[in-house]
Design a binder for this molecule. Structure first.
Ligand code: OSB
Ligand code: MG
Length: 368
């Protein structure tokens, strides 16, 4: 296809409850949606950058700027555009993987729709539903945490992830194990809040039989993670550090992680995410699908990815209601703790016009 237009839709959606991590508290999700219009179809991609550069260096205004000034003009010059052509067309631009991922996903959605093919088939999904985990923020008190976890377990979530930071780690994990027992699939995510000097402290999590500890150290501290992994029994999983299939292969080789969280936005798109899946399968390293508080658009694509055979652990692929009162697509719901994998053309969902309009703060039409 040839690109005939691109729109940047900025949206603002209130979260059902504040979400606190070691890098900050979010009460609203501000994001950018990319709509790519081609000669014979159109598609959507959700940019997972957050309003502020706290999780990674990317942020919403930066993503909009780089899309507008560099990425969209570069794609507009491609005569025979498909998703596989996006990476090569943008490779000379460094970084900005979340912005690249959103644009590539919009092109991929359009391409698949034109061919009446689903993303799940395209990626190689082998399941028609995927188990749902839930990421539980840092709370003001342990009783509040226990209430939140109890409610999620009652809803059917099959795995609990606790956000941790220094001062909120051993105590909440102990409390959740004491209240809900040893059978609950439980893991923790530090979002880079520790240093390797905390190894002895983090080893105190060993007795709790956690599935994994996610990104305890700085994004660039791959060797620190390898050192930590030798000092604790809980398996180390990387999130922020894994920015590409090459980074994944290096982290595995260095012993920095034994499990990997795959987020398509963080790695530049679904095609690179699949390559990471393939690297991990080749090394016997389990992967699971992370999340970035996506709307139904991004969620649909994540669920398709999570249905690949190497995704052997439940992901942060929660129901729409975990995040939003009203989603901008038909909501994802939990059925026996699972989300259904979309089977329609492309990503399999579309924004509902009224719901989208209600949360849209601006639409920018880019000339191509
Ligand atoms: O580190 O996995 C993370 C949300 C925003 C940014 C980073 C992370 C998260 C989550 C929530 O943990 C995942 C989700 O439910 O979408
Ligand atoms: Mg994480």
């Amino acid at each position: 296809m040839k690109l005939t237009g691109v729109e940047l839709h900025r949206i603002e959606m209130p979260l059902v409850a504040p979400f606190r991590t070691s890098f900050g508290t979010q009460t609203t999700r501000t994001s950018l949606l990319v709509r790519a219009v081609g000669t014979d179809s159109e598609g959507w991609g959700e940019c997972v950058a957050m309003a502020d550069p706290l999780y990674s260096s990317e942020y919403v205004d930066g993503a909009a700027d780089v899309l507008r000034r560099f990425f969209v003009p570069a794609l507009a010059a491609v005569e025979r555009l498909d998703a596989a052509a996006v990476g090569p067309a943008l490779v000379r631009f460094h970084g900005h993987r979340m912005a690249k991922a959103a644009l590539e996903t919009a092109v991929l959605d359009a391409e698949l729709r034109a061919g009446n093919r689903s993303l799940s088939r395209e990626l190689g999904a082998v399941h028609d539903r995927v188990p749902a985990g839930v990421s539980v923020g840092i709370m003001a008190s342990v009783p509040q945490l226990l209430e939140a976890v109890g409610n999620y377990l009652d809803e059917g979530y099959l795995r609990i992830k606790l956000k941790i930071e220094p001062g909120w780690d051993i105590e909440p994990v102990t409390a959740v194990r004491e209240r809900f027992g040893d059978d609950v699939l439980l893991q923790v995510d530090a979002n880079t809040a520790y240093t390797v000097a905390d190894a002895r402290h983090l080893a105190r999590l060993d007795p709790f039989d956690l599935l994994l500890i996610e990104q305890p150290l700085d994004e660039e501290d791959v060797l620190g993670h390898a050192e930590l992994a030798r000092q604790i029994r809980t398996p180390v999983c990387l999130d922020e550090s894994i920015t590409s299939a090459r980074a994944a292969a290096a982290a595995i080789r260095l012993g920095a992680c034994s499990i990997i969280n795959v987020k398509p936005g963080r790695v530049g798109g679904y095609l690179e995410a699949r390559r990471i899946h393939d690297v991990c399968v080749a090394h016997g390293v389990p992967v699971w699908c992370g999340g970035m508080l996506e709307t139904g658009l991004g969620r649909a694509a994540n669920v398709a990815l999570a249905a690949l055979p190497g995704f052997t652990l439940p992901g942060d692929t929660s129901a729409s209601s975990r995040y939003y009162q009203t989603d901008i697509t038909a909501p994802f719901t939990l059925i026996d703790g699972h989300l259904q994998v979309p089977t329609g053309p492309g990503i399999g969902v579309e924004p509902l016009q009224a719901e989208l309009d209600a949360v849209t703060t601006s639409v920018e039409r880019l000339a191509v």
